[in-house]
Design a protein around this ligand. Structure first.
Ligand code: SF4
Length: 351
């Protein structure tokens, strides 16, 4: 059984997506019908895991899961000390720039973002393949979103991620592209169904029903929005875990209370699922006061805490997981110098 709410512009099965701002839809500003609904519906198994009709059929073809690829990222994650960084898409203009970034990277995982706010840049899966090709020392994790890809295109991207040895893939619904330009978007799957598709492809089952050889697979990551009410976010998170998420990456956090919300969501999730899922908390660096009005407009609440205090707060979560850094720089030189600063700060706190 599935619910589709037709006033949702993305036509999601079982929302809300991660983009509602205080209950208002990110696309048209009207009330997001899903945010209230999800709290009222009891957490029955059918709510936790809703299949696309084809996914339900493919489910029956799975013989066994494949072995997750071993990585420093996963080993550190289980000790609560994973250190990941978003690749600086905006400031890398040439192969030479790319190599300069790679020479300095000492993170456990590089994440390759999709198109934030719908602004197009290169394809994250193609770029992650390039990173593997040039011998990046860290693991790679492209963001794969359901935006503008139907089930068949998504299955191809996931198969690429599996074949080219990525350590992880981050799966999420994706931003509405019309936020930055007029275009007609496609949202074929919601994020739990996208997570389930990944687990099927990584288990060697490709739509529409072909079996393929699989040696090992990437870890499957979902997203968490700590700015939603904990009751809403816990339900969204539970569905993602049931669908196959093994680790969660949060949206950017810019105040202590948001870290406390993560703790609250995790407690509810653990109580309902008995699953202890690692959480990687995303932080911006530098977190200056001039940035805060912009973050607030994006639905990211801010506080008076500085970056160091937030890092300490993340460490106090005392859970499996780590920290994901997004450095705000206009030029490559600026990014490299911020990277030198911030990696020392992270080492001081996380060891
Ligand atoms: S915020 Fe997301 S789930 Fe809610 S109505 Fe808008 S597009 Fe749909």
């Amino acid at each position: 059984m599935a619910i589709r709410v037709y006033s949702c512009p993305k036509r999601l099965l079982n929302g809300p997506c991660g983009g509602a701002l205080e209950g208002a839809c990110e696309v048209d500003g009207r009330h997001c019908p899903w945010t209230g609904l999800i709290e009222r519906v009891p957490l029955e198994p059918w709510m936790l895991f809703e299949e696309h009709p084809l996914l339900a059929e493919l489910e029956g073809l799975v013989e066994s899961d494949s072995v997750p690829r071993s990585s420093a990222f996963w080993r550190k994650l289980t000790r609560g000390k994973a250190f990941t960084v978003e690749f600086p898409v905006k400031v890398v203009r040439s192969s030479e720039d790319l190599l300069r970034v790679l020479r300095t990277l000492e993170a456990d995982l590089v994440t390759v973002p999709d198109n934030p706010l719908g602004y197009p840049h290169f394809d994250p899966v193609a770029f992650a393949t390039r990173l593997k090709d040039v011998g990046v020392r860290a693991g790679v994790m492209p963001h794969v979103t359901a935006k503008d890809r139907n089930l068949s295109a998504l299955a191809s991207e996931l198969r690429t991620a599996q074949l080219f040895g990525f350590e992880a893939v981050l799966l999420t619904t994706g931003d509405w592209p019309g936020l930055s330009m007029p275009s007609r978007p496609v949202f074929d799957l919601d994020s739990p169904n996208l997570l389930r598709l990944a687990r099927l492809v990584f288990a060697g089952v490709m739509p529409p029903g072909q079996r393929v050889q699989v040696e090992s697979r990437p870890r499957v990551a979902g997203t968490m929005n700590p700015h939603y009410r904990p009751g809403v976010e816990a339900r969204r998170t539970i569905r993602k875990i049931v669908a196959g998420a093994e680790v969660l990456f949060t949206q950017v956090v810019a105040r202590r209370e948001s870290v406390l919300s993560i703790r609250e969501v995790l407690m509810e999730v653990e109580e309902k699922t008995r699953a202890e899922v690692p959480v990687v908390v995303s932080l911006l660096y530098p977190l200056g006061d001039e940035l805060k009005p912009f973050l607030e407009r994006m639905g990211i609440p801010t506080g008076d805490e500085g970056f160091g205090e937030l890092l300490e707060e993340v460490k106090s979560l005392d859970a499996k997981g780590g920290v994901n850094l997004i450095l705000l720089a206009e030029t490559l030189g600026e990014w490299l110098s911020l990277w030198e600063e911030v990696k020392e700060l992270v080492r001081e706190v996380f060891g």
